[in-house]
Design a protein around this ligand. Structure first.
Ligand code: SAM
Length: 283
């Protein structure tokens, strides 16, 4: 391996494993060893990682609740010529983890910010989901309350790109129920759970089948989970029950063409996808 050179006045954004410690890179280890200070989301958590690799270095905390205060302190250390690493509890910092304000602040001061790439649960899940990856949309955490979750999902009903969400497995049944309701029972969903760990599971199916699978196996409701959802396919019958309800109500009052146009406008779905359905209801 080539020698690892640490630059002064540089903030290194270092990815750490999402489960399997073997996923840490040689460059991440060398940098964690050589920087002046490691800023951690949770110092105790990172200390375990450092101990596993016999690294002794100074750590300070930098989490969601003190990031704004910490950014001035860290920037002043960088301006003095120190090198600093930023790590989160797992995966890539800033990806649903602290660090955005710090990085923006440092960049606005003209300080160097350098990535040391590695594990990220969203990208790991995408790499095994078997759904299109040429374009995708990372949506972060789904809201924990069903109403808010449904409104996020409804807003994405016509999103054609593959969507990636973080969610807690204990909420998985409620989340999949909301997916059935808002995106339709036929929408293809991949659950990527406990990636790189002992009980790694990647399971995919149409939303309604996935729900039945989860309901009969409580073990699937443990650990950490990424949901990868197929984008809206206009040529497939993945019309949600909400869309069907609107369409039926309008069909009772007007001609199919107009009912389809209004339903498409309300729910952001393609008009053509509704037309066959409307005719079948009329029949
Ligand atoms: N920054 C991290 C990254 O790069 O993936 C994500 C941090 S976010 C606070 C934690 C969420 O990532 C978890 O709730 C879960 O949705 C997902 N996650 C983290 N590790 C995972 C794993 N081993 N398997 C599946 N999902 C994981």
């Amino acid at each position: 391996m080539s020698e690892n050179k640490i630059n002064p006045s540089t903030l290194y954004i270092i990815a750490t494993p999402i489960g399997n410690l073997g996923d840490i890179s040689a460059r991440a280890l060398a940098t964690l060893e050589q920087v002046d200070i490691i800023a951690c989301e949770d110092t105790r958590h990172t200390q375990k990682l450092l101990s596993a690799f016999a690294i002794k270095n100074k750590t300070i905390s930098m989490h969601d609740h003190n990031e704004r205060q910490r950014q001035d302190y860290i920037a002043s250390l960088l301006q003095e010529g120190k090198s600093i690493a930023l790590v989160s509890d797992a995966g890539t910092p800033l990806i649903s983890d602290p660090g955005f304000h710090l990085v923006r602040h440092c960049r606005s001061l003209g300080l160097a910010v350098s990535p040391i790439p590695g594990a990220c649960a969203a990208i790991s899940a995408l790499s095994v989901a078997g759904l299109p990856t040429d374009r995708f949309s990372f949506e972060g955490f789904l809201p924990s309350k069903s109403g808010a979750r449904q409104s996020v999902l409804k807003g994405l009903a016509a999103e054609p790109r593959t969507m990636v969400f973080y969610d807690a497995p204990r909420r998985a049944i409620d989340t999949i129920k909301d997916i059935v309701e808002t995106l339709g029972p036929q929408r293809y969903v991949v659950i990527a759970r406990e990636l790189t760990k002992t009980f790694e599971t990647v399971h995919s199916d149409h939303a309604e089948n996935l729900l039945a699978w989860l309901e009969q196996d409580p073990n699937q409701l443990k650990g950490e989970m990424v949901l990868v959802i197929e984008g809206y396919q206009a040529d497939r019958n993945d019309i949600s029950s909400e869309v069907v309800k609107t369409l039926k109500l309008l069909l009772a009052e007007m001609k199919p063409k107009k009912a389809c146009a209004i339903t498409a406008e309300i729910h952001g779905v393609k008009k053509n996808a509704l037309y066959d359905l409307a005719l079948s209801f009329k029949a």
